[in-house]
Design a protein around this ligand. Sequence first.
Ligand code: PGA
Length: 260
Amino acid sequence: MASTRRPIIAGNWKMFKTTGEAVAFTEALWQKVQPRANANLPEIVLCPPYTALSAVQESAAKLQAPFITAAQNMEGRDNGAYTGEISPLMLLDLGVRWVVIGHSERRQYYAETDETVTLKTLAALRHGLTPIICVGESLQERENGLTDRVIEQQVRAVLAQLSAAELPKVVFAYEPVWAIGTGKVCEAPEANRVCALIRHFISEYGNAEQTRILYGGSVKPDNTSALMSQSDIDGGLVGGASLEADSFFGIIEQACLVKA
Ligand code: PGA
């Protein structure tokens, strides 16, 4: 039976784009997407830096473009003396409804752990935000045959704290660290194997059929079709190729063709 999960193509801009550049991108992307707006579009998620969230949100609203804006991170607590942090309430205040949690760059450079990822996920759900929870093994872990164990630990840390009713409300992204920003894409069957493994872990906590699982790591227009044809890959979390409207649209287009 074909999956009823709506695909997601998310662009993670990381620490790129001023507000002016972000608005120009949003307009350029909409010019390309609009002629297809009645077709079976994936959910299109834009993850600008905090400083451009409002501008993208307002630009999409003005254009009546169905783009979802997501933050790239947030603090798990509602408020307090946490200099430099942004809370879920502040995201809601801007109209933001999605948030990326536990990206490997956050885990690697900002000491995020499975514990902080879980706290942030619970905070997101408490406030009605959709979390995109990132998991993935390093090159060394893969070479040492630890991939499945690492993924299991990262995924179960979060799953253990969720209710069955919350399972369809979260999105997972399998992002092997060695494939991020390196041009080395994980082969589609292997990416699918790990995504299916994540789905298997979810199934131990309730119904796993509604939960969307994305692949991320050097997704480009020319490998999207192979990745999106897989049974357990419901979309992509795209870094580098999401910075130009042409290449990001190329990915959206390929996703439409495969999952139509
Ligand atoms: P990449 O980044 O597409 O540039 O590999 C993916 C990500 O970090 O989400």
